[in-house]
Write a protein of this length. Structure first.
Length: 343
């Protein structure tokens, strides 16, 4: 592993205690709700926040004893923090100059990086003349121009509008694929994490609650936060064969399990009825509509009952069934779309 870190930061009312391993050429995304400790972890890696205990080892070298300016790290901040009085070229050259590189060589390095990120024509432009996407690319070039072994990125796309974000996310993925060092990315956006990262580390209340590839985390969430992040209904229950008891409800599931399990299914798998459907459908319960909101091209219905759930239905279904808050409905989900896995 290029990076092997145990980050312990203790403050009044908050404690961070997580372990991170990132290989060369790998991008690891830190995900978590506000206040989980993601930015604290990033600042600890950069040397901007001191460790209460633990270690930071990069390429076999201990970094936690070094000041921030001596760590082989590049950092891209959420607001980019470009120097407003310097041109794009001078902003990128600033890092190499701080590492003792002669002015002419630093400017050549900066020019080469601006070329790589597609901004050679903006070398003389100051930050106020740059769009958000251009400023993000200048900040990335500045971070990489020092030849870091570890790249840290704090919400690098958060300041961009939706259209620019789509374009810059694609460009950023290509640049990260070419970076030989380790990258740690902090983001609130699950799409940023799924597209850019090789592995996800989910942090809640200062500890790691789940980690794995994006596909693994999306397929088997282990906390309510992760379930909401990937758009699944999630429950804890007790399995016996292909049946799982969740509170007062017994659910039929696709997998055979025994003992404590998680049960998950997507809101799109939930069907709603005004009256109890004919026959004996499995996974059927009565619920009350708590809320109705637009969700992409569909409508998300929030249900209260023996189990709380979200259901995604079409606008036409909302009109046909007259789905409004306070209405009592029947909800069901197919066993083939209800998945159980060990808790």
């Amino acid at each position: 592993m290029t990076l092997n870190a145990h980050l312990v930061v203790t403050r009044p009312g908050f404690g961070l205690d997580i372990e991170l391993e990132v290989a060369s050429g790998q991008v690891v995304a830190l995900l978590g709700p506000n206040g989980a400790g993601k930015t604290t972890a990033l600042r600890a890696l950069a040397g901007l926040t001191g460790l209460s205990a633990g270690r930071i080892v990069l390429d076999g070298r201990e970094l936690h004893t070094l000041p921030a300016e001596r760590r082989p790290i590049g950092m891209v901040f959420q607001d980019y923090l470009l120097f407003p009085h310097l041109s794009a070229l001078e902003n990128v050259a600033f890092g190499p100059r701080c590492h003792g590189v002669p002015r002419a060589e630093a400017r050549r390095t900066a020019a080469a990086w601006l070329e790589r990120v597609g901004l050679a024509a903006y070398a003389s432009a100051r930050p106020r003349r740059l769009s958000g996407g251009q400023a993000q690319r200048v900040a990335l070039a500045r971070a990489l121009a020092v030849g870091p072994r570890l790249l840290l990125m704090d919400e690098p796309l958060a300041a961009l509008d939706a259209h620019t974000r789509l374009e810059v996310r694609s460009q950023l993925r290509r640049h990260l694929a070419d970076f030989a060092g380790a990258t740690v990315l902090v983001t609130h956006d699950p799409l940023d994490a799924m597209v850019l990262a090789d592995r996800l580390v989910v942090v809640e209340n200062g500890t790691v609650v789940q980690h794995g590839t994006p596909a693994e985390v999306a397929r088997r969430p282990r906390t309510d936060y992760v379930a909401r992040l990937v758009g699944l209904n999630l429950y804890r229950g007790t399995a016996s064969g292909r049946r799982v008891t969740v509170g007062e409800v017994v659910l039929s599931v696709a997998e055979q399990q025994d003992g404590p399990v998680f049960v998950a299914f997507p809101p799109s798998a939930v069907a709603l009825y005004r009256t109890r459907p004919d026959g004996s459908p499995r996974n059927l319960w009565q619920a009350t509509i708590e809320g109705v909101e637009r969700h992409g091209d569909n409508v998300r219905i929030h249900l209260e009952g023996p189990i709380t759930a979200s259901a995604d239905v079409t606008p036409a279904a909302v009109a046909d069934l007259d789905l409004t808050p306070g209405l009592s409905v029947w909800a069901s989900v197919k066993a083939t779309e209800t998945h159980a896995y060990p808790s």
